[in-house]
Design a binder for this molecule. Structure first.
Ligand SMILES: Cc1cc2nc3c(=O)[nH]c(=O)nc-3n(C[C@H](O)[C@H](O)[C@H](O)COP(=O)(O)OP(=O)(O)OC[C@H]3O[C@@H](n4cnc5c(N)ncnc54)[C@H](O)[C@@H]3O)c2cc1C
Ligand code: FES
Length: 255
């Protein structure tokens, strides 16, 4: 079940160059939302909505938080909205992460990091969060993960902050010495493919959040098909309705 309406932006900050962090007062959406789900945001002047992950949910305050990068015209128009402006939101959409007992490792790459905050916060000190960015200037959300009690392992491609290298190497090193019961991941497809294969190698269950171009966002247009192996056969499912979170073993990353 989702809601659609106009809701006021109550906070807005620039997290890094071209990356905006907004909080929206929408109690009926906050009440329904869970980590890993997403919102379809209508940018002023555009017909198609843009999918953005729900990064934080405060059911008491009735707010949701979203962090997005300006990629094209739609997100550029969204970035021009300010505190006090209303934003047209359809949410919560899709199938989010499953919470398990035990220790979690959350792996995020670039703008795939925000969806990790909600699920990592549910684990608190039982979560290690491995995040990767291009460089120090692109790093976001580290203080939020620390405030939630999570262990943080920061990687950058150029070594300008944290470990010089990729999250996939850091994940492998982590699993060599520490136990994990579940791995969650969101980021570029090559990263997800590598995380899925490392999880399989170490026998750890893994859920990945896929990002696919979308139109309707509710399973009506077939615009977001992805190849999934389920019930012993390959099938095309909707990232918007059946995902965006899938069991990594089911995803055919080549499809
Ligand atoms: C389930 C889901 C959750 C997402 N969560 C976030 C989030 O939390 N923060 C965030 O910044 N972005 C997120 N995205 C990506 C975001 O939806 C796109 O960046 C946005 O729709 C681009 O719109 P635009 O009009 O600005 O750009 P366009 O002009 O439409 O495209 C600009 C560039 O972005 C690429 N792009 C367009 N749509 C997508 C997409 N769906 N996924 C990846 N690349 C795309 C295009 O190929 C192009 O290179 C998410 C996408 C999905 C499907
Ligand atoms: S975006 Fe329309 S079916 Fe998924």
């Amino acid at each position: 079940m989702y809601k659609q309406g106009l809701y006021p932006i109550t906070a807005k900050t620039a997290s890094a160059k071209g990356i905006f962090d907004i909080t929206v007062l929408c109690p009926e959406i906050a009440e329904l939302a869970s980590p890993g789900q997403f919102a379809q945001l209508l940018a002023p002047g555009y017909f198609l909505r843009r999918p953005i992950s729900i990064c934080g949910i405060d059911k008491t305050a009735g707010t949701i938080r979203m962090v997005f990068e300006v990629r094209g015209e739609g997100t550029e128009a969204l970035s021009r909205l300010n505190v006090g402006d209303n934003i047209d939101i359809m949410a919560p959409l899709g199938h989010g992460f499953t919470k398990f007992e035990g220790k979690a490792v959350c792996v995020g790459g670039g703008i795939g990091v925000p969806p990790m905050l909600g699920i990592a916060s549910l684990y608190g000190s039982d979560a290690a969060v491995i995040t990767g960015f291009r460089n120090a200037a692109a790093v976001i959300l580290q203080e939020d993960f620390k405030s939630a009690g999570c262990e943080t392992i920061l990687c950058t491609d150029d070594g300008s902050a944290g470990i010089h290298g990729f999250v996939t190497t850091a994940l492998e090193e982590y699993l060599q010495s520490k136990k994990a019961d579940i791995i969650y991941a969101c980021g570029p497809t090559p990263m997800l493919r590598a995380v899925a294969s490392t999880a399989e190698k170490y026998g750890v269950h893994c859920e990945v959040s896929l990002e696919q171009r979308m139109a309707c966002g509710v399973g009506a247009c077939l615009g977001c098909a992805c190849k999934i192996m389920r019930d012993g056969r390959e099938q095309f499912l909707h990232v918007c309705k059946d995902g965006p979170v899938f069991d990594a073993k089911e995803v055919r990353f080549d499809g």
